[in-house]
Design a protein around this ligand. Structure first.
Ligand code: XMP
Length: 329
């Protein structure tokens, strides 16, 4: 599309003007579309003065780190430092069951790691990074500055959603938000011009706190995370094989902190219950549960119980938002 090409070139020109010849830029890649497109665009403008970080917080999905880094390095040629911080996050989350407490801990750890990254960079370069890239979109801008009289305010936040946001004040980074005037579909369009693979652009949204909000209760309990990864992967692959992935806003599995009695082989089992959730939505604010064929659900449930050790029961979430939220925590 020639119009989007123009918008892009204009944006690159502006950034070249704003970022001085000696200035360095940092960017946290979440694995999502917005930060990947923002970073790719900035990379076009400032080249190797862009330094990206991707944090493996131990709360990623099956093979997610490998898959995402592959896209960054092979397809987008982005310079990325991957920090393996699984131990750091999981040790802080041990014993924590309150959903908001989990989110706060994760947010704090992200900031610590980001701060260390900026300091390492300063030592290496001999100067502080000056700019920070954020994949803020137009709807985020409207939401955080509600028009007067709209009745909207920060105080009605239901969950403390966060990406890598609130940064230490002494870092004094200036923000670069190259997607600030775009809607999601425009970001996808720009991404495709920038050679972001189509499969990456169509990925379902994934929350910043990752699987921590999909393992109810203590995420470090037993092998909950590992079980959840396997179940989620079977569910998602089945959805893709059935050609349903693009008709669904979000699909995922949830690990429930309860056990139920089952019979597998000739054995009585007392194992875990997992829930499957798939929803359709326009913007995540409201959602309907997705209606699968019985045969599809039957196949998925059998496959899960047959191949994931420790699971003997699969349930489906059939609630809309409202009254539920999309995520369980
Ligand atoms: P809820 O559960 O509030 O989710 O209905 C609405 C949408 O937001 C995603 N979500 C998050 N995204 N950080 C994020 O970046 C978060 O903390 C977070 N919590 C929920 C959720 O996956 C859904 O798409």
């Amino acid at each position: 599309d020639w119009k989007m090409q123009d918008v892009m070139e204009e944006e690159i020109k502006v950034m070249k003007g704003v970022v001085g010849p000696e200035d360095h830029v940092i960017c946290a890649l979440s694995g999502g579309v917005d930060s990947a497109v923002a970073a790719t665009l900035v990379h076009k403008a400032v080249g190797d003065k862009l330094h990206c970080i991707f944090v493996d917080n131990g709360l990623l999905r099956y093979k997610e780190r490998e898959r995402v880094l592959d896209t960054f390095e092979r397809d987008l040629h982005l310079p990325v430092t991957c920090v393996d911080a699984a131990e750091q996050f999981l040790s802080k989350l041990k014993g924590v069951v309150d959903p908001e407490a989990k989110r706060k801990i994760i947010g704090r750890e992200f900031i610590c790691i980001f701060d260390d990254f900026a300091q390492d960079l300063e030592r290496k370069l001999g100067r502080k990074p000056v700019f920070l890239v954020q994949g803020t979109l137009y709807p985020d801008v409207i939401e955080s500055c509600p028009p007067p009289g709209s009745g909207k305010s920060h105080s009605h936040t239901i969950k403390s959603h966060h990406n890598v946001g609130g940064l230490p004040k002494d870092m004094k980074l200036k923000l670069i938000e190259p997607l600030k005037l775009l809607f999601k579909d425009e970001v996808r369009e720009m991404g495709s011009i920038l050679n972001v693979p189509a499969a990456f652009l169509k990925r379902h949204p994934f929350p910043g706190p990752g699987l921590a909000v999909r393992v109810l209760g203590d995420v470090t309990e037993g092998n909950a995370l590992e079980i959840l990864r396997q179940v989620d992967e079977i569910f998602i692959q089945s959805i893709k094989e059935a050609g349903l992935y693009d008709s669904i806003w979000q699909a995922f599995a949830v690990f429930l902190p309860i056990r139920s009695v089952g019979v597998q082989g000739d054995q009585r089992t007392h194992s875990h219950v997992v829930a499957l959730r798939a929803v359709t939505s326009q913007d995540g604010m409201t959602a309907d549960w997705y209606y699968f064929e019985h045969k599809f659900l039957d196949d998925v449930a059998r496959k899960i119980c047959n191949s994931v050790r420790g699971v003997n029961r699969v349930v489906q979430d059939i609630t809309a938002k409202p009254p539920s939220t999309i995520e369980w925590e």
